[in-house]
Design a protein around this ligand. Structure first.
Ligand code: UDX
Length: 433
C-alpha cells in the first residue's frame, strides 16, 4: 500500500518507519530541507531507541524515502497521514491548527483518485470536520475521506508502542476508508491488537480523554505521596496495594516530580479549551493542570529544604534533565522549574543528563554541564535525581559519598533504597516515603 506522511517529526517518522517495516511503500514529507537531507543521508534528527536502525533497514529495502516535495508524494498515495505539530497556541492554550489546515489544503490540491486523509496529529474534537471542509472547498471534485487515527506513542518506547499497541483507534464511518485503514494496519490485527472503529469525533476525543486520565492518575498518586510523607506511609506500598486492583491497574502510579513532556501538558490544556468552548467544564482536569504546575517548583523547594534551607552560593547537582529517560526531549520537563527554583535561591547548578544536555543548554543560563555524573558531584552540597535514567539507578554510591561535600541525596523518582544510602551516612530524601 502506498502511504505518505506529511510531517517528518517524531510521530511521522516513527509511524512511517513502522508502516514501511510492515511492507508498505512509505514517503515521508517535510518542509525542512536540512532535515530531509539528513534523513536521506541516514541521519535521524531525534533520539528514539531503534528508530535509526529501522529507517536504515527499510530505506535500504526501498520501502521508505524522504522528500520536501509534497505534491508528487500525495498524488501517488492511497493514504496520506497528517502528522504535523499541534503546539499550544501562545496566549490561549488552544491547539494551534495552522499546520494541519495548511497540510489539508496542500493535500487537496495534489491528491489524485480516492485518497484517505488521516489526522494522526493530536487535534481537538471537530478538527476532522474542518479538514474535510478545507479539502472539499479546495477540490470540489476530489474523492476522499477524512479519518481520525490518533497515536498513543510513548517517547523512548515508540516503536514498541506502534507495533504492539493496546488498541488502534480509527474514527470514520466511511466504509471505503475503513477498508483502506484495516489494510494499512493488517499486520497488527494479525498480532491481535484490537482495532476500534468509531465515529470521527469519538476518536479525536479518545486521545485527549486518555491522556488527561493518565495525567490525572499521576497527579493523584503525587498528592497521595505528599500525604504519605506527612503520615508515615510509603507511597510505593500504597500504589502497589491500589494497583493490583484490576479496576485501577498498576501502571502510571509512580509518584515523582510531576508529569512533563510533549503531550500531557499540551493536551490537558487543549482539552480545557475545548471544554470551555462547548460549555462542558472539566473541573478534574483543571485541578490536575494546576496541581501539576505547582508541584514542579515545589520539588525545587524540597531539594533546597533537604540541603538545609539555604543554598546561596552552594553547588547542587541535578542528575537528569529530560522529562523522562530514553529521550533527549526537554519539553515541559519538571527539571526546568526545579533548576530555576534552585537558581532563584542562589544555588550553583551542576547538571548531567545522558542525552538532554544539548537541548537543555539552549534553555538555561548559568548551569554548569558535565560529561559524567561523578564529575558534577565534586564539592557539591547535595544531589537531586530528577529523571530515572538507568545510569542513575546504578551509581557507585561509595564514590558518590566520597565526592559530595554535603551528604544529601534527593531522589525525586524513588529509585533508591533508604537503607543503602543511610548505611553510607548519606541523608536520603525521597517522594512519599
Ligand atoms: C504520553 C502518553 O503515554 C502517550 O500515549 C501519548 O501518545 C503521548 O504522551 P510520553 O509523553 O512520551 O507519552 O511519556 P509518558 O511515559 O507517558 O510520561 C509522561 C510524563 O509522566 C513523564 O514526565 C513521566 O515522568 C511522568 N510519569 C509517568 C510519572 O510521573 N509517573 C508515572 O507513573 C508515569
Amino acid at each position: 500500500m502506498k502511504i505518505t506522511m506529511i510531517g517528518s517529526g517524531y510521530v511521522g517518522l516513527v509511524s512511517g518507519a513502522c508502516f514501511a517495516d510492515f511492507g508498505h511503500d512509505v514517503v515521508c514529507v517535510d518542509l525542512d530541507e536540512a532535515k530531509i537531507e539528513a534523513l536521506r543521508g541516514g541521519k535521524v534528527p531525534i533520539f528514539e531507541p531503534g528508530l535509526a536502525d529501522l529507517i536504515e533497514r527499510n530505506a535500504r529495502a526501498g520501502r521508505i524515502s524522504f522528500t520536501t516535495e509534497l505534491a508528487p508524494a500525495v498524488a501517488r498515495a492511497e493514504v496520506v497521514f497528517i502528522a504535523v505539530g499541534t503546539p499550544s497556541r501562545r496566549g490561549d492554550g488552544h491547539a494551534d491548527l495552522s499546520f494541519v489546515q495548511a497540510a489539508a489544503a496542500d493535500i487537496a490540491r495534489a491528491m489524485d483518485g480516492f485518497t484517505v486523509v488521516v489526522t494522526k496529529s493530536t487535534v481537538p474534537v471537530g478538527t476532522g470536520d474542518e479538514v474535510e471542509r478545507i479539502i472539499a472547498t479546495t477540490r470540489p471534485d476530489g474523492e476522499f475521506a477524512v479519518v481520525s487515527n490518533p497515536e498513543f506513542l510513548r517517547e523512548g518506547a515508540a516503536i514498541e508502542d506502534f507495533k504492539r499497541p493496546d488498541r488502534i483507534v480509527i474514527g470514520s464511518e466511511d466504509t471505503r476508508a475503513l477498508g483502506v485503514m484495516r489494510e494499512a494496519y493488517r499486520p497488527l490485527s494479525l498480532n491481535k491488537s484490537p482495532i476500534l472503529e468509531m465515529n470521527r469525533r469519538s476518536a479525536e476525543l479518545t486521545k485527549y480523554a486518555g491522556n488527561a486520565f493518565l495525567a490525572t492518575k499521576i497527579t493523584f498518586i503525587n498528592e497521595i505521596a505528599d500525604l504519605c510523607e506527612k503520615t508515615g506511609a510509603d507511597v510505593q506500598q500504597v500504589a502497589r496495594g491500589m494497583g493490583l486492583d484490576k479496576r485501577i491497574g498498576s501502571k502510571f502510579l509512580n509518584a515523582g516530580p510531576g508529569y512533563g513532556g510533549s503531550c500531557f501538558p499540551k493536551d490537558t490544556l487543549a482539552l480545557l479549551k475545548t471544554a470551555q468552548d462547548f460549555e462542558a467544564p472539566q473541573t478534574i482536569v483543571e485541578a490536575v493542570v494546576q496541581t501539576n504546575e505547582k508541584r514542579k517548583r515545589a520539588m525545587g523547594r524540597k531539594v533546597i529544604q533537604a540541603i538545609g534551607g539555604d543554598v546561596r552560593g552552594k553547588v547542587v547537582v541535578v542528575l537528569g534533565l529530560t522529562f523522562k529517560p530514553n529521550t533527549d526531549d526537554m519539553r515541559d520537563s519538571p527539571a526546568i522549574a526545579i533548576v530555576q527554583t534552585l537558581q532563584d535561591a542562589g544555588a550553583v547548578v551542576h547538571a548531567y543528563d545522558p542525552e538532554g544536555m544539548p537541548n537543555a543548554s539552549q534553555m538555561f543560563e548559568d548551569v554548569v554541564y558535565f560529561d559524567d555524573p561523578y564529575a558534577a558531584m565534586q564539592d557539591a552540597e547535595g544531589l537531586a535525581i530528577v529523571t530515572e535514567w538507568d545510569e542513575f539507578r546504578a551509581l557507585n554510591l561509595t564514590k558518590v559519598q566520597s565526592l559530595l561535600k554535603g551528604l544529601v541525596l534527593v531522589d525525586l523518582r524513588n529509585i533508591y533504597d533508604r537503607g543503602e544510602l543511610e548505611m553510607l551516612g548519606i541523608k536520603y530524601v525521597a517522594i512519599g516515603r
